[in-house]
Design a protein around this ligand. Structure first.
Ligand SMILES: [Mg+2]
Length: 368
């Protein structure tokens, strides 16, 4: 496929309520929507870093400057054949993973349209719908958190994950268990703890949680392995797993039992598939996390979650769960806790031009 034109549009959409985790709080969702045009086809992607180093060193401004400065000018007018091919080119440019993910995934959308198959089928997925889980941020008042869970559980979400941080952990889990009983539940610390907090995890071990997601900072692989020896609850790594090399090292050390893969964090589908292959080889299961992204990124997450080794519900949720609006058509829906995957060729989701215009911060087009 030859890329005739590429368009990047920076949009900003308000959250339903500010989203707070252990590393900060955001009230608006930034994303850069990518369009790659090839003949009459358009492939969509999303570079979805959060404002202000929320989850990563990548920011919307950094992605914008990489995309417009050198990534998009380098691919327009060129031919690409297969995922290996466009990944090699993109890796050679040296942009961050969030930047790369936006473009890499748009290539896949185009490739699936050319093959006349839904993207999830091209990725190797075998499901027609995927299970969705509810993720709940930090709240000052536990009652507000419980109300949030109650409000969304009616959509049938298949599990609940709650964010924790030092000082807001055992009470949080205790309150959820007391209110909602034996629901499938786990915690995500976003790396906010260190080995001095090991007793917190020993205490949390008593609640029958599905997993402890990223208890320690991303680089603490040995410490995570030590913690895994002390608790029965499986440790899930998220921020630690940016590259296949880091994944191999974490497996070698025994740092985790479950992997969370985010398309943005690993730089697109190709790397996510590679890393899932490594997990399968070692008998380790996984699931698909989100930033969360707007609808393009969310639809991509649902497509990836259709692969067989992603056995836990994904963090991909309905469009109206996080955002006051979304820039895609159709919106992402969760019904009875599942998301139906599209049957049309490609990603199966396109952008709503009126919405893009409404939330646009900047737009740039590159053609031959
Ligand atoms: Mg996480």
């Amino acid at each position: 496929m030859k890329i005739d034109k590429a368009v990047a549009t920076h949009v900003r959409v308000p959250f339903v309520e500010p989203f707070r985790i252990s590393s900060g709080c955001v009230a608006e969702k930034d994303a850069i929507i990518l369009e790659l045009h090839s003949d009459s086809l358009t492939g969509y992607g999303e570079s979805s870093a959060m404002a202000g180093h929320f989850y990563s060193a990548d920011t919307p401004e950094k992605c914008w400057s990489e995309l417009c400065g050198f990534v998009l000018p380098a691919i327009v007018g060129r031919e690409f054949e297969c995922p290996e091919n466009w990944n090699l080119s993109l890796d050679g440019l040296g942009a961050g993973n969030f930047t790369k993910a936006g473009v890499e995934t748009a290539f896949w959308d185009l490739a699936a349209q050319i093959r006349n198959q839904p993207l999830h089928v091209v990725l190797g997925g075998g499901k027609e719908q995927v299970e969705s889980g509810l993720a709940i941020g930090l709240y000052d008042d536990l009652r507000d958190m419980l109300r949030a869970i109650e409000r969304y559980l009616v959509d049938g979400y298949r599990r609940v994950k709650v964010k924790i941080e030092p000082g807001r952990d055992i009470d949080v889990v205790n309150a959820v268990r007391k209110t909602f009983g034996d629901i499938p539940l786990f915690v995500d610390a976003n790396g906010a703890y260190t080995p001095e907090h090991v007793d917190i995890f020993r205490a949390l071990d008593q609640f029958g949680l599905l997993m402890f997601e990223q208890p320690y900072p991303g680089s603490f692989l040995e410490e995570s392995a030590e913690l895994q020896q002390l608790v029965e609850t499986p440790i899930c790594l998220d921020e630690s797993l940016e590259t296949p090399e880091q994944l191999q090292e974490a497996i070698r050390l025994g740092s985790f039992r479950i992997a969370n893969f985010k398309i943005q964090r690993v730089g697109g589908f190709y790397r996510a598939l590679q890393m899932d292959g490594i997990c399968r080889k070692h008998g380790l299961t996984a699931w698909v996390g989100t930033m969360p992204e707007l609808g393009i990124g969310q639809a991509q997450g649902a497509a990836l979650a259709s692969l067989g080794n992603f056995v836990y519900p994904t963090d991909v949720e309905a469009s109206n769960r996080w955002f006051q609006d979304d820039i895609v058509s159709p919106l992402i829906h969760v019904q009875n806790g599942v998301i139906d995957l599209p049957s049309e060729p490609g990603l199966g989701v396109s952008i709503d031009r009126a919405k893009i215009q409404k939330y646009e911060i900047a737009s740039r087009s590159f053609s031959q």
